[in-house]
Design a protein around this ligand. Structure first.
Ligand code: C2E
Ligand code: CA
Ligand code: CA
Ligand code: CA
Length: 277
């Protein structure tokens, strides 16, 4: 019996080591992704529901892995967070997003670009100054950029969050609360934190078309946002029924596969051109 336990243990150990090696390789690969310019941004259009115009885009990171192909955030962001590389990733994403913004502005396109910030960005007290410097180095207006934060960003350290958001907003950058409704925070922060927009999580939008209670929840949340002087964005709009309902409820903006999936810069350019004509 003891023998089988030992051999079992041995098997476990070697499997564990193999996992360790794989992980080590991935961490090194992750560093390479940053130094060798393997991260790419895709852009999902954000539609103004009042006019039907494209108000802006959300930048969503992908990793163009040399062997494994295009990787999505759920395949690598946890590791980025665990290895302390999130700060570097955020810088890289901001750089790429703002460089793209310059290209669009040269082409005469006015598109506000939204960048996702993870909760750990909060440790970076110099974020407002650094973002401001990145904008002015490119001759971009602060209105070219929006930052999407989640409730965990707001809740981890309220005073710190307030301070950073206040400085960002004073410089003219707009703030959106992403995945709204999924956090465990109270609604009290809506009263006193400097934010511009709520982004209703897709899990509320998906069931809307065939569930009246889900629809009522969405409608009330839109009214809540408006009562507080905030804009409302719905994400995960996958069909015309949801789109039409959101228009009817007075939702300000929408994103989703029904309008467009996230696209490469080149594909977005084609999509925008086709839509204009
Ligand atoms: P998110 O910020 O909530 O972004 C929305 C996600 O939903 C995106 O997935 C988008 O492709 C997807 N989506 C958009 N419309 C639809 C739809 O109609 N139906 C469905 N089923 N999905 C839709 P993606 O690109 O895989 O990103 C996943 C998450 O990774 C993001 O969720 C965000 O939290 C994170 N993320 C992405 N890029 C960055 C980044 O640059 N920095 C940080 N910190 N996080 C990022
Ligand atoms: Ca987002
Ligand atoms: Ca979201
Ligand atoms: Ca999400």
């Amino acid at each position: 019996k003891a023998k089988s336990v030992r051999s079992g243990h041995h098997v476990y150990r070697s499997a564990d080591n193999r996992h360790g090696d794989a992980r080590l390789r991935t961490v090194q690969e992750l560093r390479l992704a940053l130094t060798e310019d393997q991260l790419v941004l895709h852009y999902q259009p954000k539609i103004c529901l009042r006019t039907g115009f494209v108000a802006g885009v959300e930048a969503l990171v992908r990793w163009n892995h040399p062997e494994r192909g295009l990787l999505f955030p759920d395949q690598f962001l946890t590791l980025v967070e665990e290895t302390g590389l999130m700060h570097a990733l955020t810088q890289e994403v901001l750089r790429k997003a703002l460089d793209q913004s310059v290209l669009w502005s040269d082409q005469g396109r006015t598109l506000t670009i939204a960048v996702n910030l993870s909760g750990s960005s909060l440790v970076d007290a110099d974020l407002p100054e650094r973002v401001g410097a990145m904008l002015s180095a490119r001759g971009l207006l602060p209105t070219a950029l929006m930052l999407e934060i989640t409730e965990d960003f707001l809740m981890a350290d309220r005073d710190r969050a307030r301070d950073i958001l206040t400085r960002l907003r004073a410089s003219g950058i707009k703030i959106s609360v992403d995945d709204f409704g999924t956090g465990y925070s109270s609604l009290a922060y809506l009263r006193d934190l400097p934010i511009d927009e709520l982004k209703l999580d897709q899990s509320f939008v998906f069931p809307m078309a065939d569930d009246v209670r889900a629809a009522a929840l969405v409608a009330s949340t839109i009214d809540l946002a408006h009562g507080l002087g905030l804009k409302m964005v719905a994400e995960g709009v996958e069909n015309g029924v949801a789109y039409d309902e959101l228009v009817r409820y007075g939702c300000d903006y929408a994103q989703g596969y029904f309008m467009s999936r996230p696209l490469s810069a080149a594909a977005l350019d084609e999509w925008l051109t086709a839509r204009q004509s």
